[in-house]
Design a protein around this ligand. Structure first.
Ligand code: HEM
Length: 115
């Protein structure tokens, strides 16, 4: 299932770009409101991440550490809640917004450095 895995990984990177790019851009406007691209980004990360967590590399030692995947899933569920349930607020606190950016960066670090 190498083709499927690569398509999911491609979509996963686009979701990451959307979530981080839209969050940083929004923060720089000075109005910390959840925007539509952030909601798309975090939703894409959740769906494509769960897809990627399937044993698509033939199983065994080639698969990523399951504990790593659980950590990423928990962080992403928290991120999804922070984006989804605040999406209609006129503005959220700077702390809430910085936590979204921070947790996104933490998850990317977990993805890259946890081998
Ligand atoms: C904000 C949320 C997330 C971010 C920023 C993120 C970031 C990344 C990045 C940058 C990669 C590429 C790593 C590489 O190819 O070297 C990646 C791969 C991957 N992600 Fe995520 N991810 C997120 C959520 C998730 C979730 C929820 C899961 C599922 C539990 C997941 C599972 C995976 C898997 C299985 C791979 C490919 C294999 C690996 O390198 O571990 N990700 N992720």
């Amino acid at each position: 299932m190498e083709a499927l895995r690569l398509i999911l990984l491609y979509a996963h990177l686009i979701g990451f770009a959307l979530l981080l790019g839209a969050s940083v851009m929004q923060y720089l406007t000075g109005k910390t409101r959840i925007n539509q691209a952030m909601l798309w980004g975090v939703s894409i990360q959740l769906v494509t991440g769960i897809g990627l967590a399937a044993p698509l590399r033939g199983g065994g030692d080639n698969e990523p550490d399951p504990i790593k995947l659980v950590v990423k899933l928990l962080i992403t569920v928290a991120l999804f809640a922070m984006v989804f349930f605040s999406r209609k607020r006129e503005e959220v606190s700077k702390g809430h917004f910085m936590a979204i950016i921070g947790l996104t960066l933490v998850n990317a670090a977990v993805a890259v450095f946890w081998r």
